[in-house]
Write a new protein. Structure first.
Length: 176
């Protein structure tokens, strides 16, 4: 499972809380974590939590971000790649599905690239958005506007599964 999220923690403790809960769920269900390879922010919290629970964590970080995001040295595997494009492609190829947690421009870039790839049938992987305390409410509303105005192929609910709480992922894990 790939997780895309912030290299910062944000202002709400709820983001940290949900990141830890989600990481615990992944580890308890023996789901390998694929993430951006950083040790800062929500990324680092998720990786640390999975590792502490005995899970497997694979990070993918581009050379340019090694100082910016401070690569994580204590994970199962860290792959250093040439650039951001290779990072996104590799992470998406390595995963079975992806979860979006709160984050900034990079997180949104990753979400929209995955949505585009699915729409173009380059990939067909489930995409989940963890909407901690309504963080993504405005974005979800805008996605519905894109659909309502005829700019999307299919319904947004077919392309993105919204999760209000980390535990909402559990039925999707057992659904296979």
């Amino acid at each position: 499972m790939a997780i895309f999220c912030g290299s910062k923690t944000g202002k709400s403790e709820a983001y940290i809380h949900d990141a830890r809960l989600l990481a615990g769920i992944l580890a308890a269900n023996r789901i390998e974590l694929i993430y951006g390879g950083g040790r800062n922010g929500l990324m680092g919290i998720v990786a640390d939590t999975v590792m502490l629970a005995g899970g497997i964590v694979r990070g993918v970080i581009p050379k340019v971000l090694m100082n910016w995001e401070h690569q994580h040295e204590n994970i199962s595997e860290l792959l250093v790649v040439e650039d951001m494009h290779v990072r996104k492609r590799m992470m998406y190829e390595m995963c079975d599905a992806a979860i979006i947690l709160p984050g900034g421009f990079g997180t949104l870039d990753e979400l929209f690239e995955m949505l585009t790839w699915n729409q173009l049938s380059i990939h067909d992987k489930k995409i989940f958005v963890l909407n901690t305390t309504g963080f993504y409410d405005h974005l979800i509303k805008h996605l519905h506007t894109l659909a309502d105005e005829g700019f999307l192929y299919g319904r947004i609910e077919e392309q993105v599964q919204l999760l209000d709480h980390p535990g909402d992922l559990l039925p999707h894990l057992t659904a296979g």
